[in-house]
Ligand binder design. Structure first.
Ligand SMILES: [Zn+2]
Ligand SMILES: [Zn+2]
Length: 327
């Protein structure tokens, strides 16, 4: 069954027929490709693209169906097809020119830090659930501080400004960013697994894929622009979701965390956001008998005010930077 000596050496002591289906597929892939570096690189890139676009396309469909607009966070700001297409082109360009080579280097690097890759059996729930919980908490902490640093004058002007192109984001725009930003914030995603590998020596590429999938879901959903009654933050009050991150794009300040709300809450970088939510709620309560259109109008007015504040705050960061340069 082995195509070459590498595959034969990799699975010397494994009884293929005794393995569950998933493990058989995992092993069959590595045997079929015959080169572990190529097999991991190809699988990682294909998985990344499939998940990224697989999760973004449903949001494009949601944007095209007027029924869902009642749950749109920034009422009336539906991305135009041209905007979505421009965003797709840039995202794809960076995926192929920057992310692909990095993903290719992943296998040698993974082996260097002691990560299991082609090996079977694959880890079970008891192993990967606590690991991924740790990655979520770690990534969120890293993201909070790195994201705040990206709002500092020169870093904002040269790097993070690209991601703030859309004040009303949409799913595809999750990684619409400068490659340096993808690298900086991506460090938070891969540092958790690396630290775990070094500390425990017990981590499998399969768990990395589950983490990558969930992290991409989190990032894309946070940019979706919709808050449904069934969205995760209504079940887990400390989960950020779109409702939290959408405000960051709209107001330019506040809400720097990725998955959770606790750092913003703890360090007070959600004051404007909470004041805005309170105003939206108060205006809705005050006009309970009004029509949906009237309520939409009031909400749109509040959004316009916050957005105008955001434009001022952004201009202030750039102005301060220009002033520092002159001095
Ligand atoms: Zn930002
Ligand atoms: Zn964003």
């Amino acid at each position: 069954m082995f195509h070459n000596a590498t595959s034969a050496a990799m699975y010397r002591d494994v009884d293929f027929t005794s393995l569950p289906w998933l493990e058989q597929q995992w092993m069959a892939w590595y045997i079929y490709i015959g080169n572990p570096i190529l097999a991991t690189g190809l699988m990682s890139f294909l998985l990344h693209e499939t998940i990224y676009f697989g999760r973004s396309v449903p949001w494009i469909i949601v944007d095209a169906i007027p029924y869902f607009r009642r749950w749109k966070l920034q009422a009336g700001k539906i991305p135009r097809p041209q905007e979505q297409w421009n965003c797709t082109k840039l995202v794809l360009f960076w995926h192929f020119t920057v992310e692909l080579p990095v993903i290719w280097l992943f296998h040698p690097f993974a082996e260097m830090v002691g990560m299991r890759t082609y090996e079977v059996p694959l880890p079970g729930y008891a192993e990967w659930v606590p690991q991924i919980a740790f990655f979520f908490v770690f990534e969120d902490m890293f993201h909070y501080f790195a994201h705040q640093a990206l709002h500092y004058g020169p870093l904002y002007k040269h790097i993070h400004k690209i991601h703030h192109m859309y004040s009303a984001p949409f799913g595809l725009a999750a990684t619409y960013a400068h490659p340096a930003e993808v690298a900086i914030l991506g460090m938070g995603t891969i540092a958790g697994p690396i630290l775990l590998c070094i500390a425990t020596g017990n981590f499998h590429l399969f768990s990395m894929y589950i983490w990558m999938t969930l992290r991409l879901f989190q990032a894309i959903d946070a940019h979706s622009g919709y808050d449904f009654p069934w969205s995760l933050q209504h079940w887990l009050p400390f989960w950020s979701g779109a409702e939290h991150h959408d405000f960051h794009h709209m107001a330019f300040t506040n809400n720097f965390g990725s998955s959770f709300r606790w750092w913003d809450r703890l360090l007070g970088t959600d004051d404007k956001y909470r004041a805005y939510r309170a105003r939206v709620k108060a205006s809705k309560d005050a006009i309970k008998c009004a029509s949906n259109e009237e309520r939409d109008k009031i909400e749109q007015k509040l959004i316009a005010e916050v957005e105008a504040d955001g434009v001022r705050a952004e201009a202030e960061v750039l102005r301060r930077m220009a002033k520092q340069k002159v001095q």
